[in-house]
Design a protein around this ligand. Sequence first.
Ligand SMILES: *[C@@H]1O[C@H](CO)[C@@H](O)[C@H](O)[C@H]1NC(C)=O
Ligand SMILES: *[C@@H]1O[C@H](CO)[C@@H](O)[C@H](O)[C@H]1NC(C)=O
Length: 243
Amino acid sequence: MERWLIAVVFCILNVGNIASAIESKEDILRVMTNARLNSNPDVVPLHGGPVEVTLSMQLSKIREVDTVRGEVEIIAMVSLLWKDHYLSWLTTTRNESGSSEHGPDRVASFLIDIKKLWSPDIVAYNPVMDPELLSPPLALVSADGTVLYIPNLRIRFRCNLEDFEKPQGTNCTLKYGSWTHDGNKISLKENGVSVYDYEMDPRFDLLGTYAKVEIEYYPCCPEPYPLAKFTFNIKKNSRSIFS
Ligand SMILES: *[C@@H]1O[C@H](CO)[C@@H](O)[C@H](O)[C@H]1NC(C)=O
Ligand SMILES: *[C@@H]1O[C@H](CO)[C@@H](O)[C@H](O)[C@H]1NC(C)=O
């Protein structure tokens, strides 16, 4: 199994069987139709409240710390999980003759090109350049409309590195939020930073990671603006013979 797929399985426990996921053409067709109907990027699939997007990050590598420019480059999987009720095929099942709502022959989940679905316009607010996508652009859709998308990314972002060589190191924070929607349309939750796949680098010490969601308000507007912040406490490894 590919690395990023393992991460998918890590993220949701009850995803069903991915390998034998696509069994019923009828379900796929319905979801595809819904996806197309809903493909207008302005139409947020609201359902009695904002779409709640859960973000988490799996840090796999710190590639570079540029103290001159104040830039850090990492490789990380940024996972996004949300529910799009247009995609759910649980309740749309007809049950004449008393057939069960979600029988064993039904599709549990399947993979689909993320561009075919609505997806929240969550972007990093402090990158230096567009993140580079290193994984297939596939999302996992489950029968209840839950979508899981885990792009593996090379991300270069700004960070104040004045304290990089001090014992307490420096906190570098990646900030994520919706580019066009306020918190009444898209709300954010975080599910932490995982380092189970982190590859140590003799040049840096990773002293800690933190994740939180902060709600910001601006003088202009009453709406909340949520920001998910992922922080890496890094320090130069002075014992290193490298760099
Ligand atoms: C549909 O299924 C539900 C249980 O899933 C059952 O209670 C109901 O009677 C069924 N309706 C019809 C028309 O068969
Ligand atoms: C980094 O951020 C965490 C969480 O906000 C904080 O507890 C810690 O003191 C910070 N460390 C530094 C070096 O600023």
